[in-house]
Design a protein. Structure first.
Length: 632
């Protein structure tokens, strides 16, 4: 997403006063945009990935690996090419929350050619190379979901101390210097979320109760400068965190695709929603928080809590104040309502929205499902407002709408076309933890895009009640969920709904293996459907070979024959000679694992338990001319 750079961010007090203004105009902007673009048809499939990286500084003499807080400097360099030739670059670089993070996307979205599946990985490799050119000799970029010692002493370069009594985050552990300084959005979000909430965010993750973890596990927070407020909310036997950076400082992998029209976008949004928790389990890569091994494998709820701006009243902890109402969820979370007609009857969680806004949308010709979705997004206050953004022309601008939309971080995002652009209605798939290698990340991206094609071509129906999807999200981050959890899933996804069946009869509990690979006579499996789709597709030999390898990886992960990144990390930690069965990640463990991670990413070391033996594909930098010519 492009970020506006002009102007100054307003204080929370000012933003709060103007929040109604932003919402009022944001809704009008959406209505205007909808009226102009609802009938837009015939957009072709385009899609693209977003990969987030962290920059690590290794010190091989002292055996340390730290977060290098140089992304601002590095990005300035990386963006020079784009500034000189915006449409000619192979990749785009963008800031992210951490001062050690960078994000990249392909220079142009990929199109509908099957041969595009074969250039994703090469493009990802190219990005690493391009970034490497801007790094200092000891710096490396890695795709790693959460830095193992994020928020531990001496974990950044330069070293920087937390400031519990001043600054944006007020964390006992994490310095504000770890927040990207080059754009005011990030620090403003951190400040305003904390101020709106009325206290610091609270994140408690159950610790992995290894033999030598004391019972109860409880840290001396007063010694870190706590005034008692953290001590009160930090749970026993949990790793406690208190800042936005602990969540938004995690790296993820996202995929966006363009639909041919708004209906198709709504269908894709709905159909992929029940699949999000399955991908949480399958891509789980995040078992460690603040230097401790924990009992969860994925980042999802950590981020959700890290940006939970609800007041105590809104969270139901104390009587409501004036203008407050109870809000069930954080602004980061699972999709809470389906958007397609088919999805309507599965919307079984109470959706909060403003009746007046809802009515305004209905009065302007927007149907109930879309109206309630948009009205629900707009229950959230604006938490970052720039002085230059205040007055907009609601006929042409959509910044106020985007302001609210882009701070509703849901498992799927429904993206309207930007005004005056060639871009169509899109959906974004957002649950995945990022994987170590380009091979894995490309595999996931291609798999998700293929799944979206199969859903549309075969008219699949994956819908189950949204409350069950929500329950699945909790299961998806559990330790080793791929092998030990069952997920609610629709039993028959290929035929149209049997009207004699009740909704409860339509779904059952399945393992990830059954959902992906199928179960004889019981469930068809998504992979066999993808394979059948591919067999009917005109696809060149190299692309075919690459895609086969990608699908194999996913099949094996789902079947538990290959480890998830989270399981692999657990094993690295618990078998490390320096590990004392105390759930602690020492500097040495951190260094050794990140070295290994880097070597695996660059292919210097193989890792069959994670990747199998077939980790190279036939990926190429561009679609071969013969293929381009053949379709002309
Ligand atoms: P976000 O809103 O999540 O910041 P961006 O709009 O920056 O996302 O882009 C996300 C992804 O969408 C990128 O991978 C980009 O290549 C891809 N993308 C860009 N244009 C289109 C399009 N017309 N259709 C589908 N994907 C697109
Ligand atoms: Mg991002
Ligand atoms: Mg995105």
């Amino acid at each position: 997403m492009g970020l506006l750079t002009e102007g100054e961010p307003l204080s929370w007090e000012e933003t709060k006063k103007l929040s109604e203004h932003v919402k009022k105009h944001g809704i009008i902007q959406f209505i205007n945009l909808y009226k102009k673009l609802r009938d837009r048809q015939g957009d072709v499939l385009k899609w693209g990935d977003e990969v987030e990286y962290m920059i690590i500084k290794f010190d091989d003499n002292n055996k340390t690996a730290k977060l290098s807080l140089r992304s601002d400097e590095i990005l300035a360099k990386l963006n020079e090419k784009e500034e000189a030739d915006p449409s000619g670059v192979k990749c785009l670089w963008r800031p992210e929350f951490g001062a050690y993070m960078i994000e990249s996307t392909p220079g142009q979205p990929y199109g509908g050619l099957s041969a595009h599946f074969n250039i994703v990985e090469a493009n990802m490799k190219y990005r690493r190379q391009e970034a490497m050119e801007q790094l200092q000799p000891n710096e490396r970029i890695i795709t790693f979901t959460n830095f193992l010692r994020l928020g531990c002493p001496n974990s950044t370069d330069p070293t920087s101390k937390p400031t519990p009594n001043s600054g944006y985050q007020r964390s006992l552990f994490l310095s504000d210097d770890a927040v990207f300084p080059g754009h005011p959005r990030f620090k403003t979000l951190a400040t305003n979320i904390r101020q709106r909430r009325g206290e610091k965010v609270i994140i408690n993750v159950p610790i992995y109760k290894d033999e030598n973890v004391p019972s109860p596990f409880r840290e001396d927070l007063r010694a870190l400068g706590d005034d008692g407020s953290s001590e009160k909310v930090a749970k026993d036997d949990h790793v406690y965190m208190d800042a936005m950076g602990f969540g938004m400082g995690c790296c993820c992998l996202q995929v966006t695709f363009q639909a041919s029209n708004i209906q198709e976008a709504r269908t894709l949004y709905d159909q992929l929603t029940p699949f999000c928790p399955i991908m949480l389990a399958l891509t789980a890569a995040c078992p460690v928080y603040r230097g401790h091994l924990t009992d969860i494998d994925g980042r999802w709820f950590v981020i959700s809590n890290s940006v939970d701006c609800r007041t105590r009243g809104e969270r139901g902890l104390e009587p409501l104040k004036e203008n407050e109402r109870k809000i069930r969820t954080s602004r980061y979370g699972a999709v809470e309502s389906y958007l397609s007609e088919q999805g309507a009857k599965y919307n079984d969680v109470p959706l909060l929205y403003d009746e007046e806004v809802f009515k305004q949308l209905l009065d302007n010709g927007i149907d109930r499902l879309l109206a309630q979705h948009v009205a629900h997004l707009f229950i959230r206050d604006c938490v970052c407002l720039m002085s230059t953004q205040l007055d907009q022309d609601d006929e042409v601008d959509t910044n106020h709408f985007e302001n609210i939309q882009s701070t509703n971080w849901q498992s799927m995002r429904f993206k309207p076309p930007p005004p005056n652009s060639s871009i169509g209605w899109r959906v974004e798939f957002r649950p995945c933890d990022v994987q170590l290698t380009d091979f894995e990340n490309a595999a996931l991206v291609c798999f998700i895009v293929l799944l979206s094609r199969v859903i549309l071509s075969y008219n699949l129906n994956l819908l189950i009640p949204i409350s069950k999807v929500e329950e699945n999200m909790t299961r998806g981050v559990k330790r080793d969920a791929v092998n030990t959890e069952k997920f609610w899933f629709r039993k028959d996804i290929t035929s149209t709904a049997d009207k004699s069946q009740s909704i409860e009869e339509e779904y059952g509990e399945f393992t990830v293996n059954e959902i992906i690979n199928g179960k004889d006579g019981v469930f068809v499996g998504l992979m066999p459907l993808i394979v059948s789709y591919l067999n009917n597709m005109n696809i060149d030999a190299d692309t075919h070979c690459t895609v086969q390898r990608y699908l194999k990886l996913i099949q094996k992960r789902a079947a538990g024959k290959l480890m998830t990144t989270a399981s692999w990390l657990r094993k690295q930690i618990t078998t490390h000679p320096d590990y004392k069965k105390d759930a602690k990640i020492t500097e040495q463990i951190n260094y050794d694992i990140l070295k290994k991670v880097y070597d695996i990413q660059t292919g210097v070391q193989s890792c069959p338990e994670l990747l199998g033996f077939c980790t190279t594909s036939k990926t190429t930098e561009s679609v071969p001319t013969a293929i381009v010519n053949a379709i002309k």
